[in-house]
Design a protein around this ligand. Structure first.
Ligand SMILES: *[C@@H]1O[C@H](CO)[C@@H](O)[C@H](O)[C@H]1NC(C)=O
Ligand SMILES: *[C@@H]1O[C@H](CO)[C@@H](O)[C@H](O)[C@H]1NC(C)=O
Length: 513
């Protein structure tokens, strides 16, 4: 514990596994009492799984499909010429559950389920698909370990529904898309593994698939690429505490997306609680705790809602390399679209894709790699700070701070990732500025006077000859040269303008390889 940053994570993991050990660790038992493994908390409803179909985007009640009752298909408006998308919720947290316990049975499902479900139903209904939900609240509203055990049973029931649909109305499982959140992702996996090879489910999307009791387990005991023709996953809350993380860290799909590295999400920090209170009122604390976990769902919803602003993820080995801008390639299927409209091809093996997102919708950013080559004439390491202003055909972004993280000792090329919230169009001008303070500039000048490195022709400074740029979203590569080639040296507080160097570009491109 200790660091305030880790406290929320610890709390979520505790809520997840509800172990009394967590309570002792915190000094008090934050959730009143601990639950024994045998104890079953029962909402007043019948136990089991229900399959609901929604008629339109405002339908919150749903119409129940019953296996072996073909008339329910017609009653619920099931259209066999459209695909079927089934949402599968996760483990039921204590907060949302108490609402349901006190309400009448009609609105009970509504009360127990988290509000994101209705948002997802709403946006899915804008597409020509049947939208349904696997409601397994009574089995999910349990001690975490019991809910985990129940995922297998619920998965088998989903498989039974799909096989029945194929038998009774020739609806092929390949037209089915399961979207499972948290534990629901593994329910989808068990549904998939309960279907044999000839009846494979078309697609499974895992939204921050649950980690505890699944991380490191064999593919048959969790969601895995074998469970459907196409499997994608979005990992958003894999920050580890005491060996546990809420979301699973390992890749478990054909395409595994790790937005912002997958560990935690922008806008989810506890310090942003006040903004959450303004948005969610008293639910702010729960919202803040679940924020990074649930971000996977909102990224998916955003992909449907802002379909012209899709986020792209890029294949990379880890976040470190991604943060250096080294992975912005789309060659050989190395990038893909996050969310509903993902390109459904067959990668040879699981691919880990990384991307940066904004803190709220629309989440998309524009990724750029900047490669900057310095020649240090000072022959002493300097640790300058820089800023860049970018002028594009549509917009200008001013003073993006650049930190290189290490001194510039001699000639070196640096690679960095820069992300922009807005589309600046095609980049045409870069203004590169040495940002050190005026005080620093004075010291610099003094040094120049005391130790004159030869004549004016051999005046010392940093020379910035070339800036290579690669735009991830357009895959465009550009090379920038100083506008004024007679004045190459960069000194503190100075700004240099770079323009596209068409003439030299061929030669420079070859050198950059
Ligand atoms: C069923 O779906 C098809 C294809 O999207 C559509 O053309 C048809 O109108 C739908 N039928 C009904 C009854 O909505
Ligand atoms: C840096 O590059 C310049 C020009 O290309 C060259 O004259 C100089 O020797 C290089 N310095 C080092 C330390 O490599």
């Amino acid at each position: 514990m200790g660091s305030p940053l880790h406290a929320p994570v610890f709390l979520v993991v505790c809520i997840f596994i509800q172990s009394s050990a967590c309570g002792q660790g915190l000094g008090t038992e934050p959730f009143g009492k601990s639950y024994g493994a045998a104890e079953v908390r029962k909402p007043s409803q019948e136990m089991g799984t229900r399959f609901l179909l929604f008629k339109d985007e405002n339908d919150r009640r749903g119409c129940q499909l019953r296996v072996q009752s073909p008339e329910t298909l017609q009653e619920c408006g099931f259209n066999t010429s459209q695909p079927l998308v089934m949402i599968i919720h996760g483990w039921s947290g204590s907060e949302s559950a108490t609402v349901g316990e006190n309400s009448d049975s009609d609105s009970q499902v509504d009360g127990l389920l988290e509000t994101w479900i209705w948002k997802l139903v709403g946006v899915l209904k804008s597409r020509p698909v049947n939208v349904g939900m696997v409601e397994w609240i009574s089995l999910a509203y349990q001690h975490y370990a019991i809910a985990v055990r129940n995922t297998r049973v619920v998965g088998q029931e989903v498989a039974a529904l799909l096989l029945w649909l194929e038998e009774s109305v020739k609806f092929p499982p390949s037209e089915v898309h399961l979207i499972g959140y948290s534990l629901g992702a593994h329910v989808s996996g068990f549904a998939g593994s309960s279907m044999d090879g000839k009846h494979k489910i078309g697609r499974i999307t895992g939204l921050d698939p649950a980690g505890p009791m699944f991380e490191g387990s064999s593919p048959s005991d969790r969601l895995s690429p074998d469970d459907a023709i196409f499997v994608d996953a979005i990992h958003t809350f894999t920050r580890e505490h005491m060996g546990l993380s809420v979301g699973i860290k390992q890749p478990i799909a054909h395409y595994d997306f790790y937005p912002n590295g997958g560990t935690f999400q922008p806008g989810c920090h506890f310090l942003e609680l006040y903004r959450h209170i303004a948005e969610h009122g008293l639910n702010a604390i729960t919202q803040t705790i679940k924020c990074a976990h649930e971000r996977s769902v909102h990224l998916f919803i955003d992909s449907l809602r802002h379909s012209s602003l899709q986020s792209t993820g890029f294949q990379c080995s880890d976040m470190d390399s991604f943060s250096q801008g080294l992975c912005l390639s789309c060659k050989k299927g190395r990038c893909n679209t996050l969310g509903y409209d993902i390109r459904k091809d067959w990668p040879g093996k699981s691919k880990k894709l990384f991307l940066i997102t904004r803190a709220q919708a629309p989440f998309r950013v524009y990724h750029y790699q900047f490669k900057i080559q310095f020649i240090n004439q000072i022959e002493k390491p300097v640790e300058p700070t820089f800023s860049m202003s970018l002028l594009g055909t549509k917009e200008e972004v001013k003073k993006i701070p650049i930190t290189l993280g290490e001194g510039i000792a001699s000639n070196k090329t640096y690679s960095l990732l820069i992300t922009l919230d807005k589309d600046i169009g095609e980049l045409i001008i870069i203004k590169f500025k040495w940002e050190n303070s005026a005080v620093w500039a004075n010291v610099w000048n003094t040094v120049q006077v005391i130790m004159p490195w030869g004549m004016t022709s051999h005046y010392s400074g940093l020379i910035l000859k070339t800036i290579w740029v690669k735009a991830g979203e357009t895959q465009q590569r550009m090379t920038f040269c100083p506008e004024n080639i007679d004045d190459l040296q960069l000194h503190p507080t100075q700004e240099k303008v770079f323009v596209k160097c068409e003439v030299n570009s061929k030669r420079l491109k070859q050198r950059s390889r």
